[in-house]
Design a protein around this ligand. Sequence first.
Ligand code: PLP
Length: 451
Amino acid sequence: MSKHLAPTPTMLEPHTLPDLHTPPHVITRGEGVQVWDADGRAYLDGVAGLWCVTLGYSEPRLVQAATEQMKKLPFYGSFNHRTNDVALALADDLAKIAPIPMGRTFFANSGSEANDSAIKFAWYYHQALGRHHRTKILSHDRGYHGTTTAAGSATGLGHIHHGFGIPLPQFHGLHCPDRLSPAGRGLTDEQFVDWLISQLEDRIATEGPDTIAAFIAEPILGAGGLIIPPAGYYERVQKVLDRHDILFIADEVITGFGRTGSMFAAAEFNLRPDMITLAKGLSSAYLPISAVMVGDKVCEALKEGSQRFHSFGHGFTYSGHPVAAAVARETIAILLERDIPGRVRAAAPVLANALDKFRGTELVRDVRGYGLLGAVEFDAAACGMATGELGPVMAQAAAENGLLLRSMGDTVVFAPPLISSDADIEAMVERLAAARSDVLTGRAVTSPARG
Ligand code: PLP
């Protein structure tokens, strides 16, 4: 990238090595599906910020909703049975579109906080039922659930744990449902699902079913490299969990609010989770807000348990913040009025067809996608690089071609704003094709920035 603003040594940047001596890439403006950096360069945003700006960067209704609410009531919290009208109304809105038999919705501020909360609710649920030994949490290797202590423990990526003393001991990883993993090679989908389920059964037997509180999983694994589990996998998982009375928490922080072509992936894949965690698309990221949809079964136990414990000691100052809640209400209204999930269903083949052109070409190991999620996995070894080195190089080359993407290992991921036009999507993929040519011809810089 060319010039940037001066380095900002006063800011400790998340997910960035603190010893980096190069200044960060600074974004200063956004409109529609484009953003501009401090040097005035324009980029198509292929990953909607961090998979979250679903309605694009200039939705006036969201700005208006925030402004009006800020003038009317900028804050009132929700502790001790005093709350604000907007948080209550948002919970009603969510109850109307929930894909599970709903109890109530709990609000937090980030995906990590929502997942920490859901894990604590699973513990509270079992405590309330007198099952004091049910403390273990299962999650996928390469699953991403955030970085707070419990959510970070459930995250199955080593770099999230290193140096922080997590995972906590009651967290246990399950094999990632990745068709390209060595365990999946040469197997049909059905055989691979059989194998994954036998691993799950073995793990439950080894740990002891009455020690396991919950399984938390993303319907489609995002930050682990866009892993789409084989068909039928979660149906079989749910049967096993039901048999052992293990709660199922669906982390829909990425997949919620239209990304898969349904409002929720739970509906898209016929999942029956006990709790669903939501963030990102809940407010199109215009303000931080997240939620846990607590299903009726868990909610009933929380109610009963609270009689025994005489407390429900969980919540945040900003749980149900009225300004964030007003923006979330308006986001949901827009998603429904404009049938954004329908738009995603129409746009999904455009992204899939465009990405298909990479299939079988030099440096490409795999192409996959679902809804408005797409990934190209590159083969680092094919150009003499170590595993994990080529993805950041491709993302950097894409940026040089005016496209922002996320790289995870050697995979680059598309999660464009859900309002992207067909032409926007095609232009994004063309820019990745140009980036790949630059890498092949040696025009691109081949030492990735460390982050
Ligand atoms: N869960 C999933 C599936 C995510 O992708 C993320 C973030 O990318 C999180 C949880 C954590 O969300 P946050 O960064 O808002 O804490």
